[in-house]
Ligand binder design. Structure first.
Ligand SMILES: [Mn+2]
Length: 433
């Protein structure tokens, strides 16, 4: 039984007060879904089985290059970050795993961290290597690249950090490594576009060779930033080419904020599924670029359409399909726990709604070239209010009826402000790939 940081009595009081209305709403939704051929118990099982990981950097206040506005009670070290992750998991019951970023969170004793996390009901998701900034004085600089640097010694150092991530991840019980590099050029001619990509693949092969059996290597592409003229892995095509060259253990990770405005991301998702190279997701939302806004805060329909592709692959039991899900957001003006609670539920909502799509009717509309009929099938699923279903799934799992309200009532942040008085060091968070 996991150690719970929020008082159970508080959750029980909240759900108790709402019980009668909730049961009424759930019964109405069940009847509506039954008319459409859906079994609520089966959907509750889907909701229960869905999980999205939390990044260790996500519980600290983020920022931009203009500044950061830390809040009271921020986590100051890995253990405190795990506590905040555990609060999110206790209330929303969608986020049982944490993804670590090295060296921002380099556990001195990974086995002890694993035990502490398990005590809080948490396990570990994909490891993330950071070779997009310099962290150790005296080390070779990543200013002009890491895995693709022209200097072999810099590449070796960057590969070595990834191998360290794998070792830490083994001890933590993780089974994947995500590689995002900031490598690229700020000027035409600065880097040799083809040679840099060759060096990227070569370095990745060295990392892949060190992967334990069953581990996966995810490549994260990004259109631009920090290199603003060209990036080595800039799009899903480059990512696919690199993953294919590295081998079966390697696949592509889609971060929703890493595309040009108006790009059809669900189409990219479909292509990568088709090609057997969809490894995972970094969920967030964006208006202009890599904004790292909260998932579903601006374009919830896009999120649903992406999940429609994912659920479609799941229904068809596409071989080897099993993407890893992570929230990758920067919480600049909110309490990160509040953002993570709402975002986790938002992603779970998109997942459940995608299961409401009437696949047979959609296929029939497509066959008859009925464009409006087809799009209405999707809208019908998307417009279904599944809040009672998600609340029921949370309640059955021991979570909160309304996670945000429960969190605010718990006074967790206020207590943290007392228990975590002065930051020993700047909490890491903010701009991540
Ligand atoms: Mn990302």
């Amino acid at each position: 039984m996991a150690r719970e940081l929020i008082d159970r009595e508080l959750l029980a009081a909240q759900s108790g007060a709402a019980r009668a209305e909730h049961e009424h709403d759930l019964a109405a939704l069940s009847r509506q879904l039954a008319r459409r051929g859906h079994d609520v118990e089966a959907l509750l099982a889907r909701a229960r089985d869905f999980a999205v990981a939390i990044p260790s950097w996500g519980v600290g206040t983020g920022g931009t290059r203009f500044g950061r506005f830390p809040q009271l009670g921020e986590p100051r070290d890995l253990m405190e970050k795990l506590e905040d992750c555990a609060v999110v998991q206790q209330l929303a019951r969608v986020t049982p795993r944490v993804s670590l970023h090295v060296p921002w969170d380099r556990p001195r004793d990974p086995s002890a961290v694993r035990r502490d996390a398990a005590d809080l009901g948490l396990a570990f998701d994909a490891m993330n290597s950071n070779t997009f900034e310099d962290h150790t004085p005296g080390q070779r600089s990543y200013k002009f690249g890491s895995l693709t640097h022209v200097d072999a010694a810099v590449r070796e150092q960057a590969v070595a950090l990834n191998l360290e991530c794998i070792e830490i991840g083994r001890a933590l019980g993780a089974d994947a490594l995500t590689v995002w590099i900031g490598d690229g050029g700020n000027f035409p001619g600065q880097i040799h576009l083809r040679r840099a990509f060759d060096r990227y693949v070569d370095s990745l092969r060295q990392i892949a060779a060190a992967l334990p059996t069953g581990w996966r290597l995810f490549l994260e592409h990004k259109l631009c930033e920090p290199a603003f003229y060209s990036t080595v892995n800039q799009d899903w095509g480059s990512s696919y080419a690199a993953a294919s060259a590295v081998g079966p253990c390697c696949s592509c990770l889609v971060d929703l904020g890493h595309h040009a405005p108006n790009v059809n991301i669900e189409l990219i998702v479909a292509r990568l599924i088709q090609l057997g190279k969809l490894g995972g997701f970094h969920f967030n939302d964006s208006k202009y670029g890599d904004d790292d806004l909260d998932s579903g805060s601006i374009r919830p329909y896009q999120l649903f359409l992406i999940f429609h592709e994912l659920v479609s692959a799941e229904r068809e039991r596409v071989a080897g399909f099993g993407p890893a899900y992570l929230l990758d957001q920067s919480h600049n003006v909110t309490d990160p726990i509040e953002s993570l609670l709402l975002s986790a539920v938002e992603v779970q909502r998109a997942w459940i709604k995608a299961w409401l799509v009437d696949d047979a009717r959609l296929a029939d509309c497509q066959q008859r070239c009925d464009a409006l009929g087809a799009t209405q099938v999707l809208k019908e699923a998307y417009e279904t209010d599944v809040r009672p279903l998600l609340a029921e799934a949370r309640l059955r799992a021991g979570g909160a009826f309304e996670p945000l309200a429960a969190y605010r009532a718990s006074g967790w942040r206020r207590r943290c402000a007392e228990r975590r008085p002065a930051a020993r060091r700047g909490t890491t968070g903010g701009i991540v790939g």
